[in-house]
Design a protein around this ligand. Structure first.
Ligand code: PNS
Length: 169
């Protein structure tokens, strides 16, 4: 029984993440999406919202679960008997950072990382760009699952409503 973890902030989960998760689910018996808490990074979605959104878009994948973790990823891997970390590699620009983390995680607790090439169609896609485009009312419907799209639209509306503007009541 081989188990992989796909870690990330998932703020929010995108079609690029889903592509990697789906393909990992064909290679491993079990895949866990680990939504990592990072208190030094400000986020659009709360950890609970990110978990709900991730669960919703993998409900068709019976061997994929969603979990959360606050702390070192290698400790999650050891506590949960994870065999490998799977991360998506969009472009050469991702490589240095991903290699550094993979080697650090290997050195820390002997946890292996598999870097999976994303589909070229998603090589430009990131959660941060999705958040920015959605904030200004741009179309991200081809970039995120339907459940994420509706939550992004709701957040954008909420933040532009008069009651959310500072200085107004
Ligand atoms: O989606 P992100 O923000 O690019 O994901 C980065 C993430 C969460 C996978 C990475 O920051 C991480 O593993 N954080 C957990 C803390 C940790 O283990 N840090 C040491 C990494 S070598």
């Amino acid at each position: 029984m081989k188990k992989a973890v796909c870690p990330g902030s998932f703020d929010p989960i995108t079609n690029g993440h889903l592509d990697v998760i789906e393909r990992a689910s064909h290679l491993f018996d079990e895949v866990v999406i680990a939504v990592l808490v990072n208190n030094s990074k400000s986020s659009l979605f709360t950890i609970e919202e990110r978990i709900v959104l991730a669960r919703d878009c993998v409900k068709h994948l019976p061997n994929v679960k969603v979990d959360m973790w606050s702390g070192l990823l290698v400790d999650y891997c050891r506590e949960n008997k994870v065999d490998a970390i799977v991360k998506g590699l969009r472009a050469v620009s991702d490589f240095d950072y991903e290699l550094q983390m993979a080697q650090m995680n290997l050195q820390l607790k002997g946890v292996d990382t598999l870097l999976m090439a994303t589909k070229p169609a998603y090589s430009f896609l990131s959660s941060s760009l999705v958040r920015e485009i959605a904030r200004y009312g741009g179309d991200v419907s081809k970039l995120v699952p339907a459940g994420v799209l509706s939550e992004l639209i709701r957040k954008a509306k909420d933040s532009s409503s008069p009651s959310s503007q500072s200085g107004r009541s």
